[in-house]
Design a protein around this ligand. Structure first.
Ligand SMILES: [Zn+2]
Length: 342
């Protein structure tokens, strides 16, 4: 028995396959064009065609794939109905209120289980540390354009009543205590001022952190880049190379994560904290520096909790597909699906 993990992004679908011994049959990326802007009918056929390509490439049979795990960017309900307000990745009007799970089940003729992309990544990050059979708790933050998250307790991801469990980016933090951003009022797309995403995301760098720090570094070369998107994209690379202003920007992101993780430590007393996304797709040296800055931001911990590990999420680019596959395997085991069943 096999399960598939399908990570649907804005432009590409990434696939993985997992057997019932919890071994991934695809190591790296296995991509197919998503064509999501052309609407659900075309996109779902793309997902099906890509799945055929993935099983052929792996040398297994499509009939052996018992369950498919799907993850997409949100917002979506816990059962995979996309929000009526849509998402920046699903711009075609037919996507509003679209039931991904039910429709993909019909197209594939197999059960489909759903997670949002950050929750899927969190499932993978947790599995990489603890496997499937543990009672451990982990908190994951995935820092990219926005900030996604996931909470895993007793081996299960917390989806919540409406599918918004683990929307960690919109938790308010006491950001006024972060040094170097006095006077800054960072507003998130969600309407809050000073939540985690408003200080720890690529969007935050573009809208707030870069303009704020350029005032302190008026001669900095990024001040001469006209396009704010282009300038924001260059900050990470320059921070890795030791540029003082760009390090200041990433220090704020790390301190924001520290304040947030401190809340999680006091709420869950978790076994591990995990950071994924573009922010840690960097050299090991930069990762170490960033993790140290997070820990400084966490403030004083109880003696028993001070050694809480902070991990970098492994295999970041395949995390969504892997987490979706793990969720599918869990479903298959719970349903006790026999070998090759549909
Ligand atoms: Zn927010």
């Amino acid at each position: 028995m096999l399960v598939a993990g399908v990570d649907l992004g804005g432009t590409a679908v990434n696939y993985t396959l997992l057997n019932d011994r919890e071994e991934f049959l695809i190591v790296g990326m296995c991509e197919y064009p998503a064509r999501s802007t052309e609407g659900p009918a075309i996109c779902l056929q793309q997902i099906a065609d890509g799945l055929k390509m993935a099983v052929q490439r792996t040398g297994v049979s499509l009939a052996d794939v018992a369950v498919v795990g799907l993850d997409t960017p949100g917002p979506a309900s816990a059962t995979g109905v996309l929000s009526a307000k849509g998402s920046t990745n699903f711009v075609h009007s037919d996507w509003a209120n679209y039931d991904m799970c039910a429709n993909l089940t019909q197209v594939l003729g197999k059960p489909v289980v759903y997670l949002n992309d950050a929750n899927a990544a969190a499932v993978w990050g947790h599995f990489a540390l603890f496997g499937t059979s543990s009672g451990n708790t982990s908190i994951s933050c995935i820092v990219g354009t926005g900030l996604g998250g996931g909470i895993i307790m007793d081996g299960s991801v917390i989806k919540g009543r409406k599918g918004f469990g683990g929307e960690l980016g919109h938790v308010l933090i006491p950001y006024q205590t972060i040094p170097g951003i006095e006077g800054l009022k960072p507003e998130c797309n969600c309407g809050r001022t000073g939540d985690l995403e408003s200080l720890c995301s690529l969007t935050s760098i573009r809208r707030y952190l870069l303009p704020h720090f350029l005032k302190q570094y008026p001669d900095h070369e990024l001040g001469k880049v006209g396009d704010p998107h282009k300038a924001a994209h260059r900050v990470r690379g320059m921070a890795e190379n030791g540029d003082p202003m760009c390090r200041d920007i990433f220090r704020v992101e790390a301190r924001a994560l520290g304040l947030f993780f401190d809340q999680m430590i006091n709420t869950f007393d978790p076994d591990a904290l995990i950071v994924g996304g573009g922010v840690v797709e960097t050299s090991a040296e930069f990762q170490r520096w960033f993790m140290e800055e997070i820990r400084i931001g966490m403030g004083v911990q109880r003696e028993e909790q001070a050694d809480i590990p902070i991990h970098v999420m492994p295999n970041g680019d395949t995390a969504g597909a892997r987490g979706a596959a793990l969720e599918a395997l869990k479903f298959a085991h719970a349903a006790d699906l026999p070998h090759g069943s549909q």
